[in-house]
Ligand binder design. Sequence first.
Ligand code: PEP
Ligand code: MN
Length: 333
Amino acid sequence: MELIITIHPDADANHIRGQLQDMGLWIQNFESGSAGHAFLSHAHSSQANIEAVRTIDGVVDVLCPSSTVPLMESMQGAPCTVNELSIGPGQGPVLMAGPCTVESEGLVDEIASIVASSGGRVLRGGAFKPRTSPYSFAGHGEQALTWLRTAADRYGLKVVTEVMSEQVVDRVCAIADLVQIGSRNMQNYALLRAVGARNATVLLKRGRAGTIHEWLSSAEHLLNAGAAGVVLCERGIQSADPNTRNLLDLGAVALLSHVHQTPVIVDPSHALGRRDLIVPLSRAALAAGAHGLLLEVHPNPQQALSDGAQALDMDTFQKLARELFVQPESTND
Ligand code: PEP
Ligand code: MN
């Protein structure tokens, strides 16, 4: 929360600054005008007691500018609930996994069985795929939605899948527990409004050049349109370095989790684009405060129809899930 604190022109600005700092506020000189001197306290200050600030000798006024994301702020500290599954502050981390693309009924069933037995709660898989090249495989569409839902139901999993266009919003919302807005569509406001209007619970991926403010504002668009809840997903932002597909911004994850206290998960698969780094970065994501992981897996990554280079094979996935998501049995009995 930001505060604008105006002090009397004759007051001792340094003394007041010291008192504000003692209250845990991070402050900067904002303006020095005829009406007096004003301090701006930063959003990452500790929770301000506005009444206590008002009583400081020399303070004339304290303004609390209204937020640009009031609906997001009103949900601060609360998890997002997806058909009885809670994701976010105060909850244990949630594992979501599945293939990049739902390739066939058999394959998604095989993967769902392993995701469920490894402690996963949500099955991912693309039916409508955004592909850079128009010649790349773009998913099996509606048929894949049915395969995904059937496999998830068989093993007691929730479904997350991407909606790419307004034309298919109804069909995707009908089968998905968590409706994914992909990175390329983070600022497609018509799509955000259409999905929000279905009262959907949304997984909002960060645009590859999206700032945190733009990302939160897109979440606000969803809530404003009627979305039941939003889980943010960090999936890497564009960088100049070709060694990893994107740059995984764990600073943003820590900020959103610890300061904004909003549900946020990490997709290391799309962030890195290479399977050899998924395990260490999954650990790092949870250490930074992520409330869950979204992982791409495939029984035979070399033959995957999309994103094989970043898919974990099922053995590596199971080991990672055991390490990060399965609580060790208690030894006190
Ligand atoms: C995906 O999760 O299937 C996907 C395409 O991811 P992103 O939108 O982050 O590129
Ligand atoms: Mn993918």
